[in-house]
Each structure stands twice: as structure tokens, then as C-alpha cells.
Design a binder for this molecule. Structure first.
Ligand SMILES: [Zn+2]
Length: 266
């Protein structure tokens, strides 16, 4: 929880920097609101996601950061999330396919707006590479083809740690090109900190479900008129993936430094 507090403070300082660049001063919640309103029209989200996936693949390729088999580049798929599932999981999910949240005809007008704001261009830009390449999709592609017996020992430390490792590395490599892009990446990082704090807080019986939701709103700027996301105040095991991710991401980073693997600049 100390790590989450420290990370959250770092994220907030970065959020304020981006907020000042956008002319919102230290009121980063206003800057976040500005970013949430930058979404595409209904019907255009699949094309956006395709473009973002290709952009991330190109970024990795230009810097020679990881080998991506051409079959992996060609075979990821996309599905739309059902409105029922969006109530439980308002954002994207990924792996073999990327599962996209966006308005459907069954939603009320307010729900449609919320779905579009929650899956705006900049939040999505920071989610697509986590879910596809080099994140969960590439992870699954490689681990089903090479030494598949290791699947017996599969854990969420590996699953989420790998994707978070790339989030942190791409931040360091300036994948974000604008203050809005940076806010998109920071939102997820703050969201993860908040999840760590309230998941542990809830299981240690220090927080009620309502306090968990309140923390998510104040600490990461999540603003829900839809039901809160799947993690808030539910009986998620204390070693839930959001807690395991930072631990394993650290392990990937130190493995990289121990191997003296240098990251090309750019
Ligand atoms: Zn993930």
C-alpha cells in the first residue's frame, strides 16, 4: 500500500504538469474531463482501435523493442462488448481478441455518453497495446506456441506484470506525444494505484464498498453514473491481478537491467 501511495503521488504530480500544459492549472480533474470528451462518434470506435493497434506495433518495430511474428500481427481480432457486460466491465478487455466497449442501441443516452467518455481516444491509446501487442495478445500467442507446458505454472503475476511492464517502458520511451496522451496513460496508472489501495483496504476490513468507490473517484478521476467497474468493493481475492502486476513488472525491469539490455532512444 505504501508503494501505491508513492506511485499515486508521482502520477498526480505528472497529471498536474500535463494539466498546466493544457491551460487548466493544477486542476487536473478538469484536464481529465477535457480528455474524456475527446472521443470518436458512435460507429467509429473499431477503426480507431485498429489504428491504435497498428500505431503501437509500428512504434515497437521502429525501435526494435521486441520480435513480433508476422502471424501475430495479422491474426488478432476484435469484438464488441455487450451492453450487459459493459455494466460489469466498462473498459476494454483483451487477449486473443480485443473486446471493445462502446455505446449500443440498448443503452440510455446517459449511458452512451459515459461509455464514450470512458473509452475516449487517449484512454484507448493507452489500453490497446496493453491488451494486444506487445501485451496480452502477444503473450498468449508466444506462450501457446513455445514451451506450452509452462502453462501449468501460469499466474497473474506473469499476465498483468508483462502488460504493466510495457506500460511503464513505453511511458519512458515517450510513446505519449501530447499532454492528452500522457493523461490517458496516467489515468490507468492512477486507477491501478487506487485498485491496490481499495482492494487491500477492503480485505483488511478498513474500507467499506462505498469508501472503495469514493477512493476510485477521488484518486483516479473515475466518474460513474453507470455502476462502478468490476473491481470496486467486490470480493476480489487480495492477490488480485492489479496487486500482482506491479510486483512482476518490477521483476521484468530488473531482468532487463541485469541483462544489460539497452533501450534504443527515440
Ligand atoms: Zn491486463
Amino acid at each position: 500500500m505504501e508503494i501505491a501511495d508513492r506511485e499515486l503521488a508521482w502520477c498526480e504530480a505528472e497529471m498536474k504538469k500535463a494539466s498546466r500544459e493544457l491551460g487548466f492549472g493544477d486542476d487536473w480533474h478538469k484536464a481529465l474531463d477535457h480528455v474524456k470528451n475527446q472521443h470518436v462518434e458512435p460507429g467509429r470506435q473499431p477503426a480507431l482501435i485498429r489504428d491504435l493497434a497498428l500505431e503501437a506495433i509500428e512504434f515497437l518495430g521502429k525501435r526494435d523493442l521486441i520480435t513480433i511474428p508476422s502471424l501475430a500481427k495479422e491474426t488478432w481480432r476484435m469484438q464488441m462488448m455487450t451492453p450487459e457486460r459493459q455494466l460489469l466491465n466498462p473498459f476494454f478487455l483483451g487477449g486473443e481478441s480485443i473486446i471493445v466497449s462502446y455505446p449500443t442501441s440498448a443503452m440510455t443516452h446517459e449511458q452512451k455518453l459515459m461509455s464514450m467518455r470512458g473509452n475516449n481516444i487517449h484512454f484507448s491509446r493507452a489500453t490497446v497495446f496493453h491488451e494486444l501487442i506487445p501485451g496480452h495478445n502477444l503473450q498468449g500467442f508466444m506462450s501457446t506456441r513455445f514451451k506450452p507446458y509452462r502453462g501449468l505454472f501460469r499466474t497473474a503475476f506473469w499476465g498483468e506484470g508483462w502488460a504493466l511492464y510495457w506500460e511503464l517502458l513505453l511511458w519512458d520511451l515517450n510513446f505519449a506525444q501530447s499532454p492528452e496522451n500522457r493523461i490517458g496513460m496516467l489515468f490507468w496508472r492512477m486507477h491501478r494505484c487506487a485498485r491496490i489501495l481499495f482492494s487491500l483496504g477492503f480485505h483488511l476490513e478498513k474500507m467499506t464498498p462505498q469508501q472503495c468507490v469514493d477512493l476510485l473517484v477521488s484518486a483516479s478521476g473515475t466518474n460513474w453514473t453507470m455502476p462502478p467497474p468490476r473491481c470496486a468493493g467486490r470480493l476480489i481475492p487480495p492477490t488480485v491481478r492489479c496487486i500482482r502486476a506491479p510486483i512482476c513488472s518490477e521483476a521484468f525491469s530488473s531482468a532487463r537491467s541485469n541483462a544489460s539490455w539497452s533501450v534504443p532512444a527515440g
